[in-house]
Write a protein that binds this ligand. Structure first.
Ligand code: NAD
Length: 428
């Protein structure tokens, strides 16, 4: 998904280059890490429900597997591009390394719009994606997962196709499966909860009580919904959420100054995280333009929709009261906006740390599949909390010690670990 003139892969590389300088990496290591190890682009022909054939484009990028099998989601999106997938696969490498799980980075996608596809057509795309890649992915090499506009059902179709091709059961081949079919309890909550575990620790360090804070959120999908739920449980209040309106092809912000209610909003939200604005108005929400979520008088901003949302153009609209930005989405903040945020001394919990709960729980799912023994939800979430908190503390301590911006500190830890693994293997 790329906005005109914006290339997320160039942004990921620019972020990497900055850290490569900080770490004084040699030329070969830089060259190796700023590019994916392997990329696959392919076609997926599908017989549509009306009998016609349509050809979709699919991608898989394996950025780095020095620390373990590649891991990363598959997105279905009409504006998907190879450069978005490259960027996201690179961010997955750093994400797995920052939470110190034994996995590398990968990402996949298909250019398609599930809004306009029947379940049967989506199943054919899933099976076609696997048929094109079955030899190049697997539980010991590259493990996919759901991402934007893909879910447990898509993963199950993909698993089924993979097992059909290989003639055996491989529950650890893919994560994000339905619970009871090899999925892990807690996976649905994991990313959003992980965002809030790190936020809770940041607020502790800033000596701010969560119950005294107010937040504004971009997105009302999986990550945002569970982040808001846990933040509410800790006493925080969300006054604004923004989401995409499919019929108007634009985004809106929904504001309720006495606090949004997740359950009632969910009753008027479609499965893509889009809120019905007429019903929301009836419920007492103010409907504002899509960018308004960023300009609210709040302590905390949680971008949890898409990349490239806080940019040079709008960064100065961030409210004066904002103290923490916790990035639920991947790549929501551009390097130019980062400079302004750093200068304002806003505490940033960078994407690949804040939203690492999803991949951490996916790793737990793989572990459970390999053992064929499944944990209770509380056990999963408590292990998740331990991992996320440890990762946050390591990053914030380095940031404090070396006086680094939080994003740079997270990068120093993760790029350092991956570069070391590549060196130890004799790759660079
Ligand atoms: P989702 O598809 O469930 O929800 C996305 C939300 O963003 C929806 O509410 C949608 O309406 C909204 N949105 C889309 N375009 C928008 C726009 N232009 N302006 C405002 N809102 C818009 O997706 P998700 O799983 O919640 O993922 C959200 C972000 O978090 C993505 O960047 C994803 O890569 C990242 N992420 C997700 C996970 C996960 O486990 N789901 C893990 C790590 C990172």
């Amino acid at each position: 998904m790329v906005k005109e003139g914006f290339n997320p892969f160039h942004m990921a590389q620019a972020q990497f280059d900055k850290v490569a300088d900080l770490l004084e990496l040699d030329e070969a290591t830089r060259d190796f890490l700023r590019n994916p190890m392997r990329e696959y682009t392919f076609t997926i022909p599908v017989r549509m429900d009306d009998g016609t054939m349509k050809v979709f484009r699919g991608f898989r990028v394996q950025h780095n597997d020095s620390r373990g099998p590649c891991k990363g989601g598959i997105r279905f999106h009409p504006q998907e591009t190879i450069d978005t997938v490259r960027a996201l696969s690179m961010w997955m490498t750093w994400k797995c390394a920052v939470v110190d799980i034994p996995l590398g980075g990968g990402k996949g996608g298909v250019i398609c719009d599930p809004h306009n596809l029947s379940a049967h057509e989506q199943e054919q795309i899933c099976r076609g994606w696997i048929r094109q890649l079955a030899k190049n992915i697997g539980p010991l090499s590259d493990v996919p997962a759901p991402d934007v506009m893909t879910n447990a059902q898509h993963m199950l179709w993909m698993l089924d196709e993979y097992e059909h091709i290989h003639g055996a059961k491989y529950p650890g081949f893919i994560t994000g499966k339905p619970v009871g079919m090899g999925g892990s309890l807690g996976r649905t909550e994991a990313t959003g909860y992980g965002v809030v575990y790190t936020l809770r620790e940041a607020l502790k360090q800033l000596n701010i009580k969560t119950a005294d804070t107010v937040a504004s959120v971009q997105g009302f999908g999986n990550v945002a919904q569970y982040a808001i739920r846990l933040y509410n449980q800790l006493g925080g209040k969300v006054i604004c959420v923004a989401c995409w309106d499919q019929s108007d092809q634009k985004s809106y912000s929904f504001r309720k100054l006495d606090g949004i209610n997740v359950d009632s909003l969910l009753s008027i939200t479609d499965r893509f995280g889009g809120i019905d604005k007429n019903k929301a108005r009836e419920m007492g929400y103010e409907i504002l333009d899509g960018g308004a979520w960023l300009e609210q008088d709040v302590d905390i901003l949680i971008p949890a929709a898409l990349e490239h949302q806080i940019t040079e153009e709008n960064v100065n609209k961030i409210g004066k009261r904002v103290k923490v930005i916790v990035e639920g989405a991947n790549g929501p903040t551009t390097p130019e906006a980062d400079k302004v945020i750093a200068a304002r001394n806003i505490f940033v919990i960078p994407d690949f740390l804040a939203n690492a709960g999803g991949v951490t729980c996916s790793y737990f799912e793989q572990v459970q599949c390999n053992m064929n023994y499944y944990w209770e939800k509380d056990e999963v979430l408590s292990k998740l909390d331990t991992k996320m908190t440890a990762a946050f503390l390591a990053v914030s301590e380095l940031a404090r010690k070396k006086k680094l911006y939080m994003r740079d500190a997270a990068y120093v830890i993760s790029v350092g670990r991956v570069a070391q693994a590549c060196k130890d293997r004799g790759w660079v």
